[in-house]
Design a protein around this ligand. Structure first.
Ligand code: TPP
Ligand SMILES: C=C(O[C@H]1C=C[C@H](C(=O)CCC(=O)O)[C@@H](C(=O)O)[C@@H]1O)C(=O)O
Ligand code: MG
Length: 530
């Protein structure tokens, strides 16, 4: 057996022992020993193989698979291919997703020379994703279980094995990565001050359990993993501009809140006491002052409850503002992005999966999710580690592939986000295909900027060129190029019909909405009060 084949087979064995059962390979020559070993392991049923020609998409595919518990590795050749994995690994680092990147490298003697496809791959992802550098004959290091790993493998000629891998290791049950909060809850908190619970990305069920037991309003983002039960407030980000918010004395913050400035403003208020639970990701220090760090205890049924009137006040205000919002949207002459988000949310059945893109789609969804029941196992995911618009299609594909028991898988993304990872639609004829409906809210550009400072009419002469960035891309033609079924809908009933008629594979439903009125619509919505 050649040294490179031995190294590659040792790496694949270590991946299997670490619970990796999904591997995404981007084609290359230097990683050939790894690709052959992975092919043999897949043929023997030890793992599922995916191939992607775009390493950036391949990395996000592995991220999406890992986010739903199907721990994945992505494997690529040397050179610029490696750098294409950086966006997915950065997102993984900041969101605490334990994906694995295996990069093939030239042998040590060629480092620092002008040899082809040879660059400095050790530490290429910076200190946030350190490199484990492996040479021939060296023991493969153990992959850490809760953070992304970069394994750089130096491989020398001959790269092609002399024979197939026959003596594969026995299949073992992969260790189930336990989320820090799984089966645990926060230590009891005194119910005294008027408190709200802020649940950011990946806060998980403990946030809901705490809010329910204490009787506190729950301000949960769509991907918080706890937007269920009786305590989440649909219009919390609007209510934070009301007099109710002025009476908040304390906030318990869990997960990684990133969506809205009203929440960030609440957390920064000097008169508000902040209790912070551990935050996911590599930089878990909070960007606001924390008065008390609170930790995971064992399940505590004895979280004392506060005066129920506090939550009842918020719930009444939420109903009032929610009704005003529904009336406002119904009165709009055109289909609004908020109604699109509402239809998508309504189309997610129990056991369903929803992957939501950044920018306005996740914020529109935030306003439109209504009363999902506890225990229905709806899963809402987003790349909120860094809120990038890159790799979102591929992450959604990975999540759908990695959670096959989902009753329905839908993605809700903006048009620029969709275009940014159009290569996520490139699916070879032998590739596992997800049952995933991608709803693209197409307003021909980035409408989020219209709602920010740069959207002020004073900048109208420059806005579209450098912020709105209209593209006029024909999404039907783009989908046709990858043979992805495409359905353009013009109305809410048509959208609801499309959502009710999944084709069982990867499909795109395009909804055209206006961008020219976004700033005004957003301002009128923000102006709603109880
Ligand atoms: C990789 C990356 N590039 C740029 C940005 C900045 N950005 C945030 S939202 C956005 C526009 C998104 O447009 P779209 O997906 O159409 O959503 P919309 O704002 O129209 O709702 C951009 C460019 C980013 N977050 N990530
Ligand atoms: C476009 C980018 O991201 C910005 C998107 C929205 C954020 C925001 O202010 C939302 C306001 C709200 O929903 O209340 C904005 C921010 O966090 O300040 C983000 O930068 C981008 O290029 O980063
Ligand atoms: Mg857009």
């Amino acid at each position: 057996m050649t040294p490179s084949t031995a190294t590659a087979r040792a790496v694949v064995t270590a991946l299997l022992e670490a619970g990796v059962r999904e591997v995404v390979v981007a084609p290359g020559s230097r990683n050939a020993p790894l690709s052959f070993a992975l092919f043999d392991a897949a043929a023997a049923g030890r793992l599922r193989l995916h191939t992607r020609i775009d390493e950036r998409s391949a990395g996000f595919l592995a991220l999406g698979l890992t986010k739903v518990g199907a721990r994945a590795a992505v494997v690529c050749t040397s050179g610029t291919a490696v750098a294409n994995l950086h966006p997915a690994l950065l997102e993984a680092a900041h969101a605490g997703v334990a994906m694995v990147a295996v990069t093939a490298d030239r042998p040590a003697r060629l480092r620092g020379t002008g040899a082809n496809q040879t660059t400095d791959q050790v530490g290429v992802f910076g200190p946030l994703v350190p490199t484990l550098d492996l040479g021939p004959g060296e023991p493969v290091p153990v992959f850490p279980g809760s953070v992304p790993t970069h394994l750089n493998v130096r491989l020398d000629d001959p790269l092609v094995p002399e024979d197939p891998w026959a003596d594969l290791p026995d299949a073992v049950d992969p260790p189930r990565e336990q989320h820090p909060w799984r089966g645990r809850h926060l230590d009891p908190i005194d119910p005294g001050p008027r408190t709200v619970v802020v649940a950011g990305d990946d806060a998980g069920p403990p946030a809901r359990v705490l809010a329910e037991r204490a009787g506190w309003p729950l301000l949960a983002e769509p991907s918080a993993g706890c937007r269920t039960g009786r305590t989440p407030l649909r219009t919390y980000r609007l209510l934070l501009a009301s007099s109710l918010a002025e009476r908040v004395e304390r906030v318990v913050v869990m997960g990684h809140p990133t969506l809205s400035r009203p929440v960030q403003a609440l957390l920064a208020r000097p008169d508000v006491e902040v209790l912070s639970a551990p935050s996911p990701g590599v930089w878990n220090q909070r960007p606001f002052a924390v008065d008390h760090e609170i930790g995971w205890g064992e399940p505590h049924p004895d979280q004392a409850a506060c005066d129920p009137a506090w939550l009842e006040e918020w719930q009444a205000a939420d109903r009032a503002v929610g009704a005003q919002l529904d009336r406002l949207l119904a009165a709009e002459p055109d289909l609004t992005p908020h109604e699109v988000a509402g239809a998508v949310a309504a189309a997610v059945p129990p056991g369903g999966l929803l992957f939501v893109g950044p920018s306005n789609p996740v914020r529109d969804l935030d306003l439109m999710i209504r009363g999902w029941a506890v225990g229905d196992r709806r899963k809402v995911l987003a790349n909120r580690g860094l809120a990038g618009i890159d790799g979102v299609v591929s992450t959604a594909v990975g999540a759908a592939l990695g959670r096959p028991h989902s009753s329905r898988a839908i993605a809700l993304v903006g048009d620029v986000t969709f275009l940014h990872d159009a290569n996520g639609l490139v699916l070879g004829p032998q590739e596992p295909e997800p049952d995933l409906t991608i709803v693209v809210v197409n307003d021909d550009g980035g409408s989020i900027f219209a709602t920010l400072e740069q959207g002020d009419p004073a900048h109208a002469d420059r806005f579209d060129r450098v912020f709105g960035t209209p593209h006029h891309v024909d999404l039907a033609s783009l989908c046709a190029a990858t043979r992805t079924p495409h359905w353009r809908v013009e109305s809410l009933p048509e959208l609801e019909q499309a959502l009710a008629s999944p084709n069982g594979g990867l499909e795109v439903v395009e909804v055209r909405v206006r961008r020219d009125n976004r700033r005004d619509l957003d301002a009128r919505i923000r102006g709603l009060r109880p």
